[in-house]
Design a protein around this ligand. Structure first.
Ligand SMILES: *[C@@H]1O[C@H](CO)[C@@H](O)[C@H](O)[C@H]1NC(C)=O
Ligand SMILES: *[C@@H]1O[C@H](CO)[C@@H](O)[C@H](O)[C@H]1NC(C)=O
Ligand SMILES: *[C@@H]1O[C@H](CO)[C@@H](O)[C@H](O)[C@H]1NC(C)=O
Ligand SMILES: *[C@@H]1O[C@H](CO)[C@@H](O)[C@H](O)[C@H]1NC(C)=O
Ligand SMILES: *[C@@H]1O[C@H](CO)[C@@H](O)[C@H](O)[C@H]1NC(C)=O
Length: 296
């Protein structure tokens, strides 16, 4: 019997559950929507374009050319502030990217904090989620374009000054997003195998089984650490690109800190399990040496 082996079993189960949650978070409209990898806030998109009081001349031509297509509702919502711009254009207020899909919806009760509604009072009301797909990759440009086309107002992303840099930035992250999905699947499998191996080792106290456990746990740790590092890098890079080039047109991005928290906790648990097994192995060697000494 090796009761210490129960510690990695518990850690492994917890890490496995967290990894599965990372994969499936946000895959349904009412399931862990807060745990997005990155959230795009488009509620103020086009603010600068539709602001007639703005005296920047560079915008006036574009403004005039699309003026005919713009309904009165957009004009009036500049002042009423009840509906967001995005809503008037047929867009959603926010788009949150998950590992398997993206979801979108509206901020309630309002998209802008005011005197009575503070930022923490603003909730997300998710109204749509894309179909779940493996190897999903979030492309906000396509998502926004599809919705703009549906309204029939004839407004395009170019009219809203959607920056090309965002498209380029997102395109370079496509491979990373797909690789992250594979890594999470591999991590989940390895964590499960390592946990089962640890469970078996509770009943076998040889050093050989300890070596197998160290190797399995190390591989599982490597996989989940890589997956976490990759998604963190994607979220940080994407949000910095979007914030740098999107702020001027009223688009903000925020990386999902809750998602980052659970993926790094899973990584930490896998790392601790490696340590438990290394400790167990060293202790085993000392015990064998001690037994050998007594037999002499
Ligand atoms: C429109 O532009 C003017 C001048 O730049 C600015 O003071 C005003 O706040 C803008 N209005 C809105 C609704 O953004
Ligand atoms: C703040 O926004 C809410 C929701 O749109 C609105 O009911 C409230 O009157 C606003 N408060 C102020 C002070 O504008
Ligand atoms: C969320 O959106 C749905 C559909 O648009 C709407 O029926 C519901 O009342 C909204 N919930 C809140 C809290 O605003
Ligand atoms: C999503 O799935 C449904 C049913 O499986 C299908 O009818 C629909 O076309 C799919 N939507 C997209 C955007 O692929
Ligand atoms: C959405 O972005 C706008 C500016 O683009 C900001 O003023 C607003 O507070 C943001 N809303 C939320 C809920 O983050």
């Amino acid at each position: 019997m090796r009761p210490t082996a129960l510690i990695p079993v518990l850690f492994g189960l917890a890490a496995f559950v967290l990894t599965m949650l990372c994969i499936f978070a946000g895959s349904k409209r009412d399931f862990m929507q807060d745990y997005s990898i990155i959230t795009l806030n488009t509620s103020r998109i086009g603010t600068n374009v539709f602001n007639t009081t703005s005296d920047t001349d560079s915008d006036s031509n574009i403004f005039e050319s699309i003026w005919d297509n713009v309904t009165n509702s957009i004009e009036s919502s500049l002042n009423d502030k009840i509906n967001s711009f995005a809503q008037d254009l047929g867009l959603h207020d926010f788009y949150s990217a998950h590992l398997l899909d993206y979801c979108s919806g509206y901020y309630t009760p309002t998209d802008l904090p005011n005197a009575t509604v503070s930022k923490s009072d603003i909730d997300q009301n998710v109204t749509y989620c894309s179909n779940r797909t493996s190897f999903f990759h979030f492309n906000p440009t396509t998502a926004l374009e599809t919705e703009l086309n549906k309204t029939g107002l004839g407004i395009t992303l170019e009219d809203l000054h959607w920056p090309d840099a965002v498209n380029d930035g997102i395109r370079t992250l496509r491979i990373a997003q797909k690789a992250a999905f594979i890594l999470y699947c591999i991590s989940a499998a390895l964590l499960l195998i390592a946990t089962l191996a640890s469970l078996i080792s509770v009943f076998f106290s040889g050093r050989f089984s300890a070596f197998i456990d160290i190797s399995l746990w190390f591989l599982a740790f490597l996989a989940i650490a890589l997956a976490s590092a990759l998604t963190t890098a994607v979220a940080v890079k994407a949000s910095s690109v979007i914030n740098k080039h999107g702020r001027s047109i009223g688009v903000e991005a925020q990386r999902g800190n809750k998602f980052m928290a659970i993926t790094w906790v899973a990584t930490g648990l896998a790392g601790l399990s490696v340590f438990v097994w290394v400790f167990e192995c060293l202790r085993g060697r000392r015990r064998e040496r001690y037994v050998g000494h007594v037999e002499k």
